[in-house]
Design a protein around this ligand. Structure first.
Ligand SMILES: Nc1ncnc2c1ncn2[C@@H]1O[C@H](COP(=O)(O)OP(=O)(O)OP(=O)(O)O)[C@@H](O)[C@H]1O
Ligand SMILES: [Mg+2]
Length: 365
């Protein structure tokens, strides 16, 4: 892990900042005098300057850079003046800013990384192909960056199974819900089951003596699951190029809340009369959002007609893919070949301006 730079001569402040750094699992480089650390100032992943030496730091005229913060017990006008002169991003007052600073120190390795896109995928009707598409998007995105599939559907098959990652060790929902609190972007990325740039956050394996998942909606495990989901989306975005949410169709507030956090929500629709009627309801339950797009799977009604009836534009068509269950049973995930319909549709969806990923052809995790 890259070491942050702490500059302060105030022993109590130093002690407190070292404690926060330890909570974030990092050991900072420490200096009492800004004049001696001008090179480290330019290269450290972040710089925390005590308000006791902020004015002195201004006189040293360190290189302007992002990620500088002035920290103190009580900020006054001089503190803000110095922070402004240093080009600091903010002034952090302790103890109020404690958890903010811990979260910042947890994310050091990801500082400067552009936040990734968040794509929601939901089936317009049951069995439409949402989980399959969510996993395919993750596989294809992993060819050009870090991708995370977040399985928010307690009734689904388990995204780890669909992706062939069920044997990989790592943290699942039960551990995150128990842990609570702020998640670091890199800790989430490194903790979940993963292979080749593709991670999955999903449910624990079913225990032999009874189901380990909640029986009904995600709300059955209470507010804690909602908090864990929101935290995973935020940390996932900070630490990945793409986060794909496999959203359940059960229209509760949490699903609408998560959909509202997505850059795009893809509604997979089978183009027949009954499925389109279900899709209309699903879209309505997702709430007012400009971010809905249809993915029309298979053939049937004209996609333009489906768009007219639902009031949601079509982003892509997805022809049926042969040999899908075999590929999943073999642990290869739904994308077996980069020329197949799922890979082609996923590439087109990832290239949409709201997502902005241009995956390489011929490689999928
Ligand atoms: N692109 C596709 N081509 C062919 N078959 C598909 C495709 N997508 C999904 N299927 C098949 O449809 C079935 C349902 O797929 P999936 O589980 O992805 O749907 P879902 O919308 O997530 O369902 P649920 O309502 O249970 O969440 C599976 O048997 C899968 O193999
Ligand atoms: Mg599903």
């Amino acid at each position: 892990m890259r070491r942050p730079l702490l500059v302060t001569a105030d022993e109590t402040l130093l002690e407190e900042l070292l404690r926060l750094a330890a909570a974030a699992g990092t050991t900072p480089d420490v200096a009492a005098d800004p004049a001696g650390v001008l090179r480290a100032w330019a290269t450290a992943p972040c710089v925390l300057v005590g308000d006791d030496v902020a004015a002195r730091a201004v006189r040293c005229a360190p290189e302007r850079r992002d990620g500088v913060r002035v920290v103190g017990w009580q900020a006054d006008a001089d503190t803000f003046r110095a922070a402004l002169a240093l080009g600091a991003e903010e002034v952090c007052e302790l103890p109020r800013a404690e958890s903010h600073l811990v979260a910042l120190l947890l994310d050091l390795d990801d500082l400067g990384r552009a936040p990734g896109a968040v794509l929601g995928v939901v089936g317009g009707s049951g069995g439409a192909g949402a989980t399959t598409l969510a996993c395919a998007l993750g596989q294809v995105a992993a060819s050009c960056g870090a991708a995370l599939v977040v399985d928010c559907d307690p009734q689904g098959p388990g995204a780890d199974r669909v992706l062939g990652l069920e044997q990989e060790p790592g943290v699942r929902w039960d551990a995150l819900v128990r842990g609570g609190g702020r998640l670091g972007a890199s800790s989430l990325r490194e903790a979940v089951p993963s292979r080749g740039g593709l991670g999955v956050l999903t449910w624990p394996h079913e225990a032999l003596d009874g189901p380990a998942r909640p029986a009904a909606s995600p709300h059955a495990v209470g507010e804690a699951f909602g908090d864990a989901c929101r935290e995973a989306v935020a940390a996932g975005r900070r630490g990945h190029d793409l986060v794909v949410l496999d959203l359940p169709r059960a229209g509760d507030d949490l699903v609408a809340d998560l959909a509202g956090r997505c850059d795009l929500v893809l509604v997979v629709v089978v183009p027949d009369v009954a499925a389109v009627a279900s899709t209309q309801r699903t879209c309505r339950r997702l709430g007012e959002t400009e971010a809905l797009r249809l993915v029309v799977r298979g053939s049937g009604l004209d996609p333009a007609e489906v768009a007219r009836v639902t009031g949601v534009p079509v982003a892509a068509r997805l022809p049926d893919q042969r040999g899908l269950s075999e590929a999943v049973d073999l642990g290869l995930g739904p994308v077996r070949s980069h020329r197949g319909p799922l890979a082609r549709t996923a590439r087109a969806l990832l290239a949409l301006p709201e997502v902005g990923l241009v995956p390489a052809r011929g490689r999928a995790a």
